[in-house]
Design a protein around this ligand. Sequence first.
Ligand code: DX5
Ligand code: ZN
Length: 220
Amino acid sequence: MIKIAPSMLSADFARLGEQIEEISRAGADYIHVDVMDGHFVPNISFGASVMKSLNGIESAPYDVHLMIEDPDKYLEDFVTDRTEYITVHQEACPHLNRTIQHLHSCGVKAGVALNPGSPVCLLDEVLDEADMILIMSVNPGFGGQSLIPSTLRKIRKLADLREKEGYKWTLEIDGGVNLNTISDVSASGVDIFVAGSAVFKADSLGGRVKELKAAAEAER
Ligand code: DX5
Ligand code: ZN
């Protein structure tokens, strides 16, 4: 399963609707929605109202990535008819099991993200409950950073574990995915590829979605 999730963070917000339609029609599988609070990460992006402004626009389902402290307070805001996943950070959730239950009670799939400096073992006790594991391949906060190669080890470890133990979660990578890095990333066994600047800074947004998907598929 190879899925491309362009990150809205790098979109041109003056043309957000038309860009979302273009990439959705070109085969983007999800719209990755990067929410930053200026506390958990050193940058502020946007909130649920920007996402909801797309209500009348043709769009792929939303894959919401909350880079915020105390996410439990805000989960309901991001639940819409189009929200498939909401992902919280392990590092921001002292009661991670409770937060996953909260997400499920909202009717969405629960993702858990890990920063580059956090080891996979921090997720050991939620591997039965999570629907997605998101491995950050950059330190979260900004688009356009370079992929940290050692993070691919974590993807390989999780892909092996899933194979061995029969876990059902989806594996997602986020940060520095572009035409130069996507082959190595795909070889690591990831399912969903987030790509921000690689899509939104391209001359043809839809064309780039297709190029990325083809490059990832060529490695399988
Ligand atoms: C990083 C965000 C990413 C980011 C990816 O904090 O979570 O989703 O937008 O951007 P690129 O693909 O440009 O690295
Ligand atoms: Zn993200």
